[in-house]
Every structure is written in structure tokens, then in C-alpha cells.
Write a protein that binds this ligand. Structure first.
Ligand code: GLU
Length: 351
């Protein structure tokens, strides 16, 4: 197995502006695994194992990175991001907060699998306290594949991290020449290189061989303006996601409540809708003190409050633009401070 670094010429001809920086920005790469660190199980085949390479291998596979920044690497975990969980989120967020509070680091880059990057990035954007850039990078092709995209994504991620425009933008996801706000990005294709999209609002910017173009700033709360903190937090409350469909019944909703869920997110049909049976069950759950958020199984659009469902009367929360995974992240953090649905709806409007 060897890392393919065939894009050396492409990188070597990188943006003069970026290369002129001569590597004075200090960037700490916190690695968590994923396809970017993955190896094919057999040469030329499409099967692969996530998290096969160490972060030092990945950094050394990107020519001229030292011309952009002083890059050091640290392996936090080495997993496929389908195995990401609340405990690792808390550990990772703590480590990011430690690194950014050090005068020795100017920015953090987190490598991560793409499967759950939209959730991890949103979690980090809500609980990390800094104006320094925090950039997340993954890849769709394993490190041993022909035209592996990890090295160019790393190069572009580092280019974004050293760009002054990244400051105060919160956690950003860089993949396939696009930069996305953590809040807005979602994985929309199982295998396409262009998997990450911000369907409602569009990307935060573009990268072109290290040259960065920024689009509009996000008006949503994150980072220094976030009211959430993981200080002293050892666990997050149980929040389950239930997927709505034609014929959805009440059983799984009732089971979640019985199993101790403090919050439920319904990946509703359309505008956060569900069968009458399911709506009755979540109304009963809400009356019993479980906070229920109506989100949608659709990849874009807004779940409106009091549209087809009378959220005021039923005591429910509408997710707005947040998809089910992000709704779960926000609801877990919200529930660690309050169970008041009016306050939690306010949080869904602001974050
Ligand atoms: N399951 C892998 C992961 O999320 C594949 C996705 C990727 O990294 O592209 O780590």
C-alpha cells in the first residue's frame, strides 16, 4: 500500500499568493480517521477500510504543505465516522478548545470521515470558543485510490485555514473545491466527489488550487456567540431520530420514550409531517415532558412552525433549516440546559 501523491505538479504550481505565506501560520491537525485515511482492501478494487493511515502519512503525502503553514498532526481517534459518538464528540471538542486557546496554534484542522461530518462539524461549531479558524476535511476516495481527493482537500483546507477570511466564520467543511458552513452542509451522495452541499444557502466559499473566494458570512450563532458549553459535561442526553414514512405507526415513538429518550427528532415527510397515529404519539410524548422536534427527511427546505401542524397547541418544536442529524445535535445541547420548548424553539431559530 502506498499513498498516491500524483498531484504534486498541480500543488507545486499552487497559488502564488498562498505559497508566498512561507509557512508562518501554525496549524494543528487533529485526525479522527475516515476515508481520507483509508486504504483499499485490494489494489484497484472499490472496497476499503477507513482509518488505515496515521495523520503523519497524510500530511507527508501533500507536497509543499510546509510552504503554506507549520503543520503538526495529532491522532485523536482512527475510525470510520459511522462510529462517531457523543463521547468522542466531547473528547474532540475539548481537545479543539485546548488547542485554540494555546498561543502556539493559529488554526485547527480536523480530518474526519464524510458520513457524519455534518453532525460533528455542527457540534464543534456550537461548543468551541474561538475566532481562530477550525476547518474540517475529509475525502470520498481512499488514500490509495487513483486520483485520491484527500491530499487536494487537505491542501485546500490548509489554504482556507491560513486565509484571514476564515476568522470568525466558525467551523468550516472543505471538500472538492468548496467551503461550507458547518450549520448548512449535508452529505447528499453516497459516493460522488461532490457529495457535500449546502442546499438552502449555498457554500461559504470556493477554493481553487489554494486561492480562496469567500461568499456571505453566516448570520447564525456559533463559536464565541454560542450559549452552549461542554465545560464539566460528561455526557449528553439521549435523543433519538425516527424516520417517517407512509404508514408510520406509534410503536417506535413509544419505545423511544420508554427507553428513556429525553428528546425525539422526527425525520418527517415533507414539511415535517407524519401520520395521525405518529402525531398523536409525539403529542403524548411532549405532554409527558419529552421535547419533540419536527424535522424533515428531505434534503432542502424549511420546516415551518404552525403550518400544517399546530406546534403551539401540541407543544412541539419546528426544526427550521436543520436536518434530523443537526437537529439531534442541537437538541442534545439544548436539553443539557433546559426542557422549555419555547426556549428550545428560540435556539432552533438562532443557531
Ligand atoms: N464510512 C466512511 C467514514 O465516514 C466513509 C465516508 C468517508 O470518509 O468518505 O469515515
Amino acid at each position: 500500500m502506498r499513498l498516491i501523491a500524483s498531484f504534486a505538479a498541480f500543488i507545486a504550481s499552487g497559488s502564488a499568493a498562498a505559497l508566498a505565506q512561507q509557512g508562518t501560520t501554525r496549524i494543528v491537525v487533529l485526525a479522527t480517521g475516515g476515508t481520507i485515511a483509508g486504504a483499499q482492501t485490494k489494489e484497484g478494487g472499490y472496497g476499503y477500510k477507513s482509518g488505515s493511515f496515521d495523520i503523519k502519512d497524510l500530511i507527508s503525502a501533500v507536497p509543499n504543505l510546509d510552504k503554506l503553514a507549520i503543520v503538526s498532526g495529532e491522532q485523536v481517534v482512527n475510525i470510520g465516522s459511522q462510529d462517531m459518538d457523543n463521547g468522542i464528540w466531547l473528547m474532540l471538542a475539548r481537545r479543539v478548545n485546548e488547542v485554540v486557546s494555546s498561543p502556539d496554534a493559529d488554526a485547527v484542522l480536523v480530518t474526519h470521515g464524510t458520513d457524519t461530518m455534518e453532525e460533528t462539524s455542527y457540534f464543534l461549531s456550537l461548543v468551541t470558543k474561538t475566532t481562530k479558524p477550525i476547518i474540517m476535511v475529509g475525502s470520498m476516495r481512499p488514500a490509495t485510490a487513483i486520483s485520491a481527493d484527500g491530499p487536494s482537500n487537505l491542501f485546500n483546507g490548509i489554504s482556507a485555514a491560513i486565509d484571514p477570511g476564515a476568522i470568525v466564520r466558525g467551523v468550516l467543511v472543505v471538500l472538492n473545491d468548496q467551503i461550507h458552513y458547518a450549520r448548512n452542509v449535508a452529505k447528499l451522495s453516497t459516493t460522488d466527489l461532490q457529495t457535500f452541499q449546502s442546499r438552502n444557502r449555498g457554500p461559504a466559499g470556493l477554493t481553487n488550487t489554494g486561492a480562496i473566494t469567500w461568499f456571505a458570512k453566516s448570520d447564525k450563532r456559533h463559536g464565541m456567540t454560542s450559549e452552549f458549553s461542554i465545560e464539566g459535561m460528561t455526557q449528553l442526553p439521549r435523543v433519538d431520530i425516527l424516520y417517517a414514512s407512509a404508514g408510520m405507526n406509534a410503536d417506535l415513538i413509544e419505545a423511544s420514550v420508554k427507553l428513556g429518550a429525553k428528546g425525539l427528532v422526527i425525520a418527517g415527510v415533507g414539511d415535517g409531517n407524519m401520520t395521525t397515529l405518529a402525531l398523536d404519539a409525539i403529542t403524548a410524548a411532549a405532554k409527558a415532558g419529552v421535547v419533540v422536534v419536527r424535522s424533515t427527511r428531505l434534503p432542502s427546505g424549511i420546516v415551518y412552525r404552525n403550518n400544517e401542524v399546530d406546534d403551539n397547541a401540541l407543544g412541539l418544536v419546528a426544526s427550521g433549516e436543520l436536518n434530523p442529524g443537526k437537529s439531534r445535535v442541537l437538541l442534545m445541547l439544548a436539553l443539557s440546559t433546559t426542557t422549555d420548548v419555547v426556549t428550545i424553539q428560540r435556539m432552533f431559530n438562532e443557531y
